[in-house]
Design a binder for this molecule. Structure first.
Ligand SMILES: Cc1cc2nc3c(=O)[nH]c(=O)nc-3n(C[C@H](O)[C@H](O)[C@H](O)COP(=O)(O)O)c2cc1C
Length: 325
């Protein structure tokens, strides 16, 4: 048994389940565990302080798995942009064959990746951006709904509408993300026209994810209402955990404050303290509404195997059993 889709075929993986890029979380142990479980994990390039560190992280991942895995390259507007071209060169030189692009138009990166036999999965949050990426020649689309952790865009279209709306126009393999955490979600995504799913929050809360145990336990304890949308008035919305810091940021900006007024509160070093030291109110940390569906801290291998087995059961027994003849 198994679930074979356009996504598993084109990207050469066993199960239609991906672990998308996650700043501070997408490291070798997690990515290798997802790969060994038959899913597609992505190392987050910019978590590594320098391109040379990324090369080391890729090598470390290779030591832990002989299955395929990828690298996420997130391109966001920034005052001091990281050396994207050097990170890109490291990816090419490393021999990794799958890249997840996110954050902006993938066009500048496509020729170099394609010339080196690298497949590009472009993640975006709007149908029009997915259509554009398809026309540019990317190899797959990852469509990320309003439920998601991180940047949901400004259109606020949840997966129930976003996925079939995108599926109508996307012919290349397409996976869906935002709010997926279990087999029911996987089957729903397939029914809505996706060829698989991408999960962030669910993979954060696994044995192999490097974040502090307190954060994993907070995700298990949390529910679907435990997130805030920060930076809404700046039109750079991010879904993050609801805590004293994120609620203060929302209040300051709602009251007319500017980015300068929240810069210290949202500093990356504070957010890292949450993941490293387990102080849940130290800063901003990313999590999605899917935490309402997460009740345990499994290994990635067990999680993927469980989801696939349950999805097979839902499709072949529970749903098929509803059909009258
Ligand atoms: C802690 C965390 C950090 C993230 N960082 C990034 C990132 O750097 N680049 C990116 O493209 N997506 C990032 N994401 C988004 C995920 O790749 C994925 O699209 C999203 O989590 C899907 O929604 P879900 O959390 O409901 O599964 C992050 C998500 C989390 C939870």
């Amino acid at each position: 048994m198994g679930i074979r889709t356009k996504f598993t075929e084109v990207f050469g993986i066993e199960h239609p389940i991906a672990q998308g890029g996650m700043q501070w979380v997408g490291r070798a142990e997690l990515v290798a565990a997802v790969a060994n479980g038959g899913g597609l994990g992505f190392i987050t390039a910019l978590t590594q302080p320098t391109p040379a560190d990324l090369a080391n992280e890729i090598a470390k991942t290779r030591d832990l798995t002989d299955k395929p895995f990828g690298v996420n390259l997130t391109i966001l507007p920034s005052i001091n942009p990281p050396p994207y071209e050097e990170y890109r060169q490291v990816i090419v030189d490393s021999g990794v064959k799958i890249v997840e692009t996110a954050g902006s138009n993938p066009a500048p990166h496509l020729p170099m990746f394609h010339d080196n036999g690298i497949k590009v999965l472009h993640k975006c949050t709007a149908v029009r951006h997915a259509v554009k990426a398809q026309s540019l020649g990317v190899d797959g689309i990852s469509i990320d709904g309003f439920e998601c952790a991180g940047h949901p865009g400004e259109d606020d279209i949840p997966g129930l509408v976003l996925i079939p709306a995108a599926a109508k126009q996307i012919e290349i393999p397409m996976i869906a993300s935002g709010g997926f955490a279990d087999a029911r979600g996987l089957v729903a995504a397939l029914a809505l026209g996706a060829d698989g799913i991408n999960m962030g929050t669910r993979f954060m809360c696994t044995v192999e994810s490097c974040i502090h145990q307190n954060v994993k336990e907070a995700i298990v304890a949390g529910d679907e209402r435990g997130t805030e949308l920060i930076f809404r008035p700046l039109r750079n919305t991010a879904r993050v955990a609801s805590n004293t810091v994120s609620r203060e940021v929302v209040k300051i900006l709602d009251d007319g404050g500017q980015f300068e007024d929240v810069r210290d509160l949202v500093a990356g070093v504070r957010g890292r303290r949450v993941f490293d030291e387990g102080d849940l109110d130290a800063g901003i940390w990313t999590v999605g509404t899917a935490q309402g569906l997460i009740h345990d801290i499994p290994t990635c291998g067990d999680l993927i195997a469980r989801m696939v087995a349950e999805a097979e059961d839902i499709i072949t027994n529970q749903l098929a059993g509803l059909v009258t003849r």
